[in-house]
Design a protein. Structure first.
Length: 278
């Protein structure tokens, strides 16, 4: 079985509405393309105490977590420090990370046509992005060479830290998936069947939903009410989802239960995770 996957998005700019989050749909897509799914996502502001608390919980488990944002070297970037605190390890200069940062600074000087000065104040500050929790492993950054990093918790959790910029973060997350998670790709095909219902109520449907879940382990029943759908109007989309091999029996049981209650069935919808494709 594959582990649960989580996403942590760090930044006051998301909570204040200055920027809209783009990471959640991107990570859902990147995982889905590989037959994996996101179990949870959380946004936290640039407050060290909260970041540390969230990371401590992540490191205490056995999940794979992607953390986007806050790994720079400005005063509002706290993620590197919080990761070290959550792990109970010191921050140390990572030679390879700082060498890559130096290469980037040399490239920038060459592009600008100026001599490279390693001791210039802004260059010294940039090297702070290569001061990482002890034991961190690098995640290559194809955009500008300034690496992200991964840390492993005592219980096996893997937390992967990438920048907040999508143009950097998403290729780095893909690299992590391809290089550390491939053994879980397409191992647990998922499927989903649902039907549109008009005139039904969730309270009346609840006993049937509970019975289906109790009789079909590994399958979840869902109810999605809508009051102003552009096509179906007010309706409930009722369905089952879970392991592809288990869904058909649960789906037939759900249909039979609806028919026994004389509930009129509308359009049926079938969705399959990419991992379930032939």
């Amino acid at each position: 079985m594959s582990p649960d996957f989580g996403l942590l998005i760090v930044g006051d700019e998301i909570l204040s509405g200055k920027r809209a989050d783009k990471h959640l749909p991107a990570v859902v897509r990147l995982l889905g393309e590989r037959g994996l799914a996101l179990s949870w996502a959380q946004v936290v502001g640039d407050e060290p105490r909260r970041i540390t608390e969230v990371l401590a919980r992540a490191f205490a488990g056995s999940e794979v977590v992607f953390c986007c944002g806050g790994i720079g070297a400005t005063p509002d970037d706290h993620t590197r420090q919080c990761a070290a605190q959550a792990l109970g390890v010191p921050l140390v200069a990572h030679r390879e990370a700082q060498a890559l940062i130096t290469e980037r600074m040399q490239d920038m000087a060459h592009e600008q046509g100026v001599p490279f000065d390693a001791m210039r104040a802004d260059n010294v500050q940039r090297l702070q992005m290569g001061v990482l929790p002890q034991g961190a492993r690098l995640i290559p950054n194809p955009y500008n060479k300034i690496a992200g990093f991964s840390c492993i918790g005592a219980a096996g959790a893997a937390v992967h830290f990438v920048p907040g910029f999508p143009v950097m973060a998403w290729p780095m997350i893909e690299w992590v998936l391809e290089n550390t998670c491939a053994r879980w790709f397409h191992r647990n095909p998922q499927a989903e069947h649902s039907v549109v219902l008009h005139g039904a109520t969730e309270s009346a449907l609840t006993p049937l939903m509970q019975r289906i879940e109790a009789e079909h382990p590994g399958v979840r029943v869902f109810s999605l009410p809508s009051v102003d759908h552009p096509v179906y109007g007010a309706h409930i989309e009722l369905g089952v989802k879970g392991e592809a091999a288990r869904v058909p029996a649960a789906w037939q049981a759900l249909l039979a239960g609806l028919q026994a209650q004389a509930i009129a069935l509308g359009p049926q919808i079938e969705r399959r995770c990419p991992s379930a494709a032939p």
